[in-house]
Structures are given as structure tokens and as C-alpha cells.
Design a protein around this ligand. Structure first.
Ligand SMILES: Nc1nc2c(ncn2[C@@H]2O[C@H](COP(=O)(O)OP(=O)(O)OP(=O)(O)O)[C@@H](O)[C@H]2O)c(=O)[nH]1
Ligand SMILES: [Mg+2]
Length: 591
């Protein structure tokens, strides 16, 4: 199916044309028929000679209903511009064409109607010239009479050529169905309609509904009046929603594939058309079927920041139209460049932002987004419209490669600095590093660790060699003068003199510099093993006193040292308070 919107000045014959082509009545309301004027959108469809189905969204031409016209045109990729032969180009011809141009509609057809009333030649010539200057470019023109039926066969053939040239929609794209109508069907509940421009809908689908913070389920689907289990873009669709009030699903809201769009009320845009400086401070932004008021903050010559009164599900690359609400004037089209723009509080930030925006094309692109955002969740990028997968650095975080390499170096520097400032801690806490690096997630800190850095028990250190020199030196000095007495412990006052308190001693133990015997009694590393060899040479069993003399040490050392050897199974305590060495030398564990 293809969907086309009509466009053109009031009373130029749009609805008559749609009626003649489809045999259906696009003016749905009694008031419209009574007044002979379209007020709101109308819908009708027919089969073309090729067999292709074409559905029309018929719009009102009267200037009072331009907002309705825009809601119909917004989601539709192609337009039929209607001009009356007897009236020629008029005000809303201009306004509607400006709207199509602002929305960058590229495909269309010119139909000069009421050609039974006047020579269509001048109207065709003028309209073609006007249209050629817009995004529609050169279009085919057909002269018809909706009353006599003249030209309708040529028009059907031209419509076939038009739809054959429309770009194929992506059936796997995320769904964003802009609601253009909602009503209640007795027994079924709320039904909303819209033009499905991309993706696919199925009965049973869960969708997000903007304006609510919950998901809704598709209870039934219809297209062109027929119930269908599933429907692919492009299509006119009617969606029956379970448990949704009609008032909560009105025009301008949208049904969305969950997790694929973010609602944003702050966007940076490129402005096409009038100069940014000439824009009013407040405009109405039209996109899809939505119309919201927006405050304009000019940034560069053709870029601006828009603060939307109501958040919309916008993505990078989306087109929207700005209208001056006071002057009934299409002020221009915009291309969305950023849906999560940075704050502009810092001095000079606006100028820097303008420079950045000047280089943006408005096409979602992974490398560029990473370069600007440095670190971003894949889910967030997807919501902005960036589909490229990318290789996460941790969890679903994606990083700009240069930034990531810089973070690696910064982490190494921070770990070294922490080791300098806290020489007795076994590495820097991950959380502290996360903070210093300004990272949003601990997993990122852990992912940055690579040799020689090691992560252990929530801390990151520069590996086993990471013993502070000061500590090694202080421990060395503690044993000064004890070189020929390997089983002598430094005196407590000496340790204090050297600044070796409980924490420092614990660090020295962890670093394997000394062996703890309880309290502040320490021996050099390896001392227990050497003691076992000396004791093995004593007559067995031996007393604490004999051991003390053999080891040339004090009771302060000998008692806990023997207890340590008992506990590791090197010596055994006998009933008469003596000991024997039971383990052979190579069985002796190194405490
Ligand atoms: N003679 C003649 N009259 C036509 C033709 N097309 C439309 N009309 C008449 O022109 C008037 C307006 O036609 P509509 O089809 O309602 O025009 P419209 O463009 O839909 O108008 P709006 O929806 O209000 O913008 C009606 O009285 C039609 O009967 C035509 O080809 N020939
Ligand atoms: Mg009409």
C-alpha cells in the first residue's frame, strides 16, 4: 500500500478528486458536507491500474485548518498538489507547498482540477514553477475534472508512476505511529489511526504510548477497513488498544516500539528556510501529527536550540516544521541534529555548540556520536536513532576509542598517585577511581584495568610489585643492628620511631616483608623456616628456654614463634611443656 496526502488551496477540488478516484467520501462529518468544506482529515483508498493500492489522506485547504492539514501531511512521504484551473495559484497553495518543502517531501504530483471551467495551461505552468523550487522538484502534471471525469485515467496512470518511484519502507524499523484520529468503538474500546511509515505492527504487540508512562497492547488491527493480524509499512492502520481511554490517545501522540525512542523536550536543529535570526521567540513545531509550542534560542547562522513545551519522541535526522503562530506563516523546516544536547551554562558554551552543530549533517552516525558523547549506553544511542551496533567496552557502554585509551592512561596515573598518597593501602578503591575519572559506572573502571594493573577485592593496584619504597626502607632500618641475630624482633619503641604503627606493619606483612608474631612483634620474612632448622638440631624434646638460647632471642619472640610453629605442624607441644620438631625441613611450610 502507498499513502498520499492531498495539498492545496480551499475549494480547489481536493475532496472531489479523491471522491472521483476512490468512490469513497473523504469528508466524514455532516458539518463538512453541509458546508462543502473539509475541516478535518479524510481517508479513502482505491486500487490503481497496476493493482497497487493507494490510500489518500485528504486535507483541508482553509487557512484556519492548517494545523489539521499538517497533522495529515506530517507522516506521509508523498503528496498530490491540487490547483484549480479557474483560480490558479493561491495563498494556501503557497502555504501548503511551503509545508511540504519544510518537511522535505520529495515525491509528488501536480493535479490541476476544475479544468472543465478554465484552460488548465496557465495554472499548470505557474504551479510547476512554484513546485520545482522546492524539495518536490520537477513533478508530473495532470489536468482533470472531478465533475466530468476527464483526465482521471491519465491521473491513475500518473499515480501508478508516482508510487512505483517511492522509496521502499524498512519493515524492520522501529514503529512510530503518529496518531491522527482516535475514537471509541462499542464493545471494542479505543481505536486510533495513523499512517505507518516504517516497521510492522502485529496483534498482541506491546507499544509505548507517549503521554502515558505505561505500555499498551494491540488488541486488534485494521487496514482499509479489514481486520488483519499484522501489517507492514507503508499503510493506513487502525489500532484497537486494550485498556486505554480515548482521551489518553489523541492526535499528536504516538505509539512506539518500546525502548527505541526517547521523549525529549530539548533539541538542537538545523533551520532551513527563513534565517534563524528572523524566527519569532516562540514558534509552533509540527512533526508527525504533533504540534507543540517551542522557544527558540538561535545558536549559529542556521542552527538553533528548541525548548519544546511538550516532550516528543524525536530522533536525530527527523524533520519538523516551524510555524509562526501569529502570522499564519510557515517559517521553515528543521532537521533534528541532537535530541540530548549538552547544557550551555558555561561561558562560551553557546558559541562552541554552534561550531559543533555547523559540522553536523543530521544523520545518526555511531562514530560521530561517540566522538561527541565520549561514553554512552547503546540503548540510549538506539533511542536517538543510531542503529549501528558497535562493540561495548563494558555492559552496554560504548566508548570513543581515543577517549577510552585516554581513560586507561588516566587510570594508571590515578592508581600510581593513590599508591603515593596512601602507600599502606593495598591499591585504590574502585569507587574512588570511578569518582576521580568521572565515570558513571564501576564496570567501566574495571573494564579499564589491564596489566600491569590488577583488580582485587574492590581495589586496583599496580600489581604485586606495588610495595611503597618508604615502607621497605623503614622495615629495613627496623632490623638495623640485628643482621647477625635473625630471630631478634625490633623493639616496640624502635618501630614507633620509624613510624611503623599497626597499619604500616599490616602493609609490610601483606607485602611479604615481615612475619607477624602478634602484637607488634615481627620477624624478617623466612624466619620461622630458619628457626625450624635450628631447632631440629637441638636434643629432643627441648624447652622454651633451650629454644630461646639456640635462636639467640628473647622470650617475647620465642613463645609466640614456637606457638606459630606448633600451629603450622612444624613442632609439637609435649605433655611436660617441651617440644619436638616433627616435620622434616622440606615439609615445613613457609608461614
Ligand atoms: N466544475 C467543477 N467543479 C469542481 C471540480 N472539483 C471540485 N469542484 C467543486 O468545487 C467545490 C470545492 O470542491 P472540494 O472538492 O470540496 O474542494 P476542496 O479542495 O476539497 O476544499 P477544502 O477541502 O475545503 O479545501 C465544490 O463545489 C466542488 O463541486 C471540478 O473538477 N469541476
Ligand atoms: Mg476538501
Amino acid at each position: 500500500m502507498h499513502v498520499l496526502a492531498t495539498a492545496g488551496h480551499v475549494d480547489h477540488g481536493k475532496s472531489t478528486l479523491v471522491r472521483a478516484l476512490t468512490g469513497m467520501e473523504p469528508d466524514r462529518w455532516a458539518e463538512e458536507r453541509r458546508r462543502g468544506m473539509t475541516i478535518d482529515l479524510g481517508f479513502a483508498w482505491t486500487a490503481l491500474p497496476s493493482g497497487a493500492t493507494v490510500a489518500f489522506v485528504d486535507v483541508p485547504g482553509h487557512e484556519r485548518f492548517v494545523a489539521n492539514m499538517l497533522a495529515g501531511v506530517g507522516p506521509v512521504p508523498a503528496a498530490v498538489v491540487v490547483v484549480a484551473a479557474d483560480e490558479g495559484w493561491r495563498a494556501q497553495s503557497t502555504e501548503h507547498l511551503a509545508a511540504l518543502d519544510a518537511l522535505a517531501v520529495r515525491h509528488g504530483l501536480l493535479v490541476v482540477t476544475r479544468s472543465d471551467l478554465a484552460d488548465p495551461g496557465p495554472a499548470v505552468a505557474q504551479a510547476r514553477a512554484e513546485i520545482a523550487a522546492t524539495s518536490l522538484g520537477a513533478v508530473e502534471a495532470v489536468a482533470v475534472s472531478g465533475v466530468t471525469g476527464a483526465g482521471l485515467d491519465e491521473l491513475r496512470a500518473a499515480l501508478d508512476r508516482l508510487v512505483a518511484g517511492l522509496p521502499a519502507p524498512d519493515p524492520d524499523a522501529a514503529v512510530r505511529l503518529w496518531i491522527d484520529r482516535s475514537f471509541t468503538v462499542k464493545g471494542a474500546g479505543t481505536v486510533v489511526t495513523g499512517t505507518l511509515g516504517a516497521g510492522r505492527l502485529r496483534v498482541g504487540d506491546e507499544l509505548e504510548l507517549t503521554g502515558t508512562d505505561r505500555t499498551v497492547r494491540v488488541r486488534g488491527l485494521q487496514s482499509l477497513g479489514m481486520a488483519v493480524p499484522e501489517i507492514s509499512a507503508v499503510a493506513r492502520v487502525a489500532v484497537n488498544l486494550r485498556g486505554v481511554d480515548k482521551a489518553a490517545a489523541g492526535r499528536g501522540l504516538a505509539l512506539l516500539t518500546p525502548g527505541r525512542f526517547r521523549l525529549t523536550d530539548l533539541i538542537d536543529v538545523r533551520v532551513h528556510g527563513d534565517p534563524v535570526a528572523g524566527l519569532p521567540a516562540t514558534v509552533t513545531l509540527h512533526t508527525g501529527s504533533a504540534a507543540v509550542s517551542a522557544r527558540v534560542r538561535p545558536l549559529g547562522a542556521d542552527t538553533a536550540r528548541l525548548r519544546l513545551h511538550t516532550p516528543l519522541p524525536l530522533r536525530i535526522g527527523d524533520r519538523a516544521l516551524l510555524r509562526d503562530p501569529g502570522r499564519h506563516h510557515v517559517a521553515g523546516g528543521v532537521t533534528v541534529l541532537d535530541v540530548v544536547p549538552p547544557g550551555l551554562q558555561r561561558r562560551g558554551a553557546a558559541a562552541a555548540r554552534a561550531a559543533t552543530l555547523a559540522g553536523l549533517a543530521g544523520s545518526p552516525e555511531l562514530a560521530g556520536e561517540l566522538r561527541r558523547r565520549l561514553l554512552v549506553r547503546r540503548a540510549d544511542l538506539l533511542r536517538m536513532g543510531v542503529d549501528e551496533a558497535g562493540e561495548p567496552v563494558a555492559g552496554d557502554w560504548l566508548a570513543d576509542p581515543a577517549h577510552w585509551a585516554g581513560l586507561r592512561e588516566q587510570l594508571a596515573r590515578e592508581v600510581a598517585r593513590h599508591a603515593r598518597e596512601h602507600p599502606l593501602e593495598p591499591g585504590a578503591p574502585v569507587e574512588a577511581l570511578r569518582h576521580r575519572l568521572g565515570l558513571p559506572d564501576r564496570a567501566l573502571v574495571e573494564a579499564l584495568v589491564h596489566p600491569p594493573l590488577v583488580a582485587r577485592r574492590g581495589r586496583i593496584s599496580a600489581g604485586a610489585a606495588d610495595v611503597p619504597e618508604e615502607l621497605v626502607a623503614a622495615v629495613g632500618r627496623a632490623f638495623d643492628g640485628l643482621a647477625d641475630r635473625p630471630f631478634a624482633a625490633p623493639e616496640a619503641y624502635r618501630l614507633l620511631e620509624l613510624g611503623l604503627g599497626a597499619r604500616q606493619l599490616a602493609a609490610a606483612v601483606r607485602a611479604g616483608l615481615v612475619v607477624p608474631l602478634g602484637g607488634n612483634v615481627i620477624l624478617r620474612a623466612g624466619a620461622p623456616g630458619r628457626a625450624a632448622r635450628v631447632l631440629a638440631g637441638l636434643p629432643h624434646p627441648f624447652t622454651v628456654s633451650e629454644a630461646r638460647q639456640a635462636l639467640d632471642t628473647s622470650r617475647r619472640v620465642a613463645v609466640p614463634l614456637l606457638e606459630l610453629l606448633d600451629s603450622t605442624g612444624v613442632t609439637r607441644h609435649t605433655a611436660d611443656d617441651r617440644r619436638v620438631v616433627v616435620a622434616s625441613e622440606d615439609e615445613q611450610p613457609e608461614p
